[in-house]
Design a protein around this ligand. Structure first.
Ligand SMILES: Cc1cc2nc3c(=O)[nH]c(=O)nc-3n(C[C@H](O)[C@H](O)[C@H](O)COP(=O)(O)OP(=O)(O)OC[C@H]3O[C@@H](n4cnc5c(N)ncnc54)[C@H](O)[C@@H]3O)c2cc1C
Length: 398
């Protein structure tokens, strides 16, 4: 069965791996000329960690990851005003937790693909025609080809979703924030294994010191205008405007930004759809159900969804209607819960008032106390999802 996957991000590469392992014939088409490795440091745990384990990736993931020791919140003058030791996360997840750059996870996943998976970089789908028993897919550059199924793994602004389900605006819930991330070399100061964050009303900026004298910066800020600047210069200008008055190391960080030749910027939005599939086309990862970066788990959930979608296709013997229905049934309530939980964190990333800022700092100080951390995030940290074993046995076959 020939399956085209649009997008070589986290969901797309993981899906290709499992489809190939289950005996399907996946092809990936990625719009970018090469694998995209930018982005921020992601916290990685839960069911997504379990999927990585089943792919034999945990040693690689842990090697690329960091055991962050502290989240430190600082004021305009760099004085500690909040935060907590992060070992609370490791404790609550029995050590199955790491923080790693999104790009490192993307690379680990991509390296699992062998010659059995064809990858077309620098191209994209521009049309999908359903001829009943197969799909004819038209590409921007390559000649049209026939596939049995197409899976959109092309992220928050999925082109597959637009082509098959309609305009993004119908499904996007903009949460009133934007997020941006970039990496710089030689930045000082460094704080090893500490995520340092400075928050002000309506915004925050954080930095994390990585190996190889690199530092990763993450911005999150309230913005009523959902429009994104068209190019890198426009994105830098927006960040300069938003952070011009900001204390702490902001002037230095904005200097480093001037020299950056890559920057990730996007709206903080969720995708909410009734159906993740239509006919022979399905969506996976952010394209289907983006939980937003506030959930801190978008990549892990993309892995889970890719694993389940591939597994259900295997279990249904390639019957896509059965598989797509089961895929959505298995994950829908779980994902909806993650989306609801994510929205609660909006005011942590962009406090609405000085009082909110103050209270947020105090709450994070209390997180060092096990009872408080359990109450605040315990439920969100544990994934209430039993991952089926699609390879060995059929214990939970319905
Ligand atoms: C470079 C990069 C940096 C990121 N950094 C952050 C960050 O700092 N903060 C944050 O909250 N989230 C970030 N994300 C999003 C985060 O990776 C996802 O929320 C999460 O991993 C879910 O993964 P996904 O595979 O569904 O989507 P993504 O990881 O977004 O992958 C989608 C892939 O599809 C490709 N694509 C897009 N359109 C097309 C098309 N028309 N045809 C073919 N391919 C297409 C993209 O280039 C990308 O490789 C980033 C994504 C990327 C691509």
């Amino acid at each position: 069965m020939r399956i085209l996957i649009s997008g070589a991000g986290i969901a797309g590469t993981c899906l290709a791996y499992w489809l190939h392992r289950h005996g399907f014939e996946p092809t990936i088409v990625e719009r970018a000329p090469r694998l995209r490795t930018g982005g921020y440091v992601i916290d990685f745990w839960g069911a997504g960690f379990e999927v990585a384990d089943r792919m034999g990736l945990v040693p690689r993931v842990l090697e690329s990851g960091y055991k962050i020791e502290e989240l430190r919140q600082v004021d305009r003058r760099g004085r500690r005003v909040g935060g907590f030791p992060v070992d609370v996360f490791a404790r609550m997840t029995n050590g199955r937790y790491t923080s790693l750059p999104r790009g490192a996870l993307a690379s680990c996943l991509y390296e699992t693909l062998d010659d059995g998976v064809e990858t077309m970089f620098g191209d994209q789908v521009v049309g999908i025609d359903d001829a009943g028993s197969a799909l004819t897919v038209r590409f921007q550059r390559s000649p049209a080809r026939a596939f049995d199924l197409v899976i959109g793994a092309d992220g928050l602004h999925s082109q597959t979703r637009r082509l098959v389900f309609g305009e993004e605006a119908q499904f996007e819930r903009f949460l009133g924030l934007k997020v941006a991330a970039f990496e710089a070399g030689g930045y000082r100061p460094r704080d090893e294994l500490v995520y340092v964050v400075h928050r002000e009303v309506g915004q925050q900026v954080g930095r994390f010191s990585m190996r190889g004298d690199r530092t990763l910066f993450l911005f999150a800020f309230a913005d009523d205008d959902p429009a994104l600047p068209a190019d890198l210069d426009g994105q830098k200008t927006l960040l300069r405007d938003k952070y011009a008055h900001c204390g702490w190391e902001c002037p230095r960080i904005l200097d480093a930004l001037e020299r950056a030749d890559g920057l990730y910027m996007d709206r903080v939005s969720q995708i909410q759809m009734q159906r993740w599939a239509a006919g022979r086309v399905a969506l996976v990862g952010d394209a289907a159900f983006c939980v937003s970066f506030l959930a801190g788990q978008g990549s892990a959930l993309a892995l889970v969804a890719a694993y389940v979608l591939a597994g259900e296709l295997k279990r249904a013997g390639g019957d896509h209607e059965v598989a797509f229905t089961r895929y959505q049934e298995r994950l829908r309530a779980f994902i909806a819960g993650k989306q609801r939980a994510a929205v609660k964190f909006t005011s942590f990333f962009a406090p609405r008032s000085r009082l909110g800022l103050f209270l947020g700092n105090q709450i994070t100080r209390l997180m060092a106390i096990p009872f408080v951390s359990e109450l605040a995030i315990g439920r969100d940290l544990r994934d209430a999802l039993e991952l089926p074993d699609y390879e060995n046995g059929d214990a939970d076959r319905r």
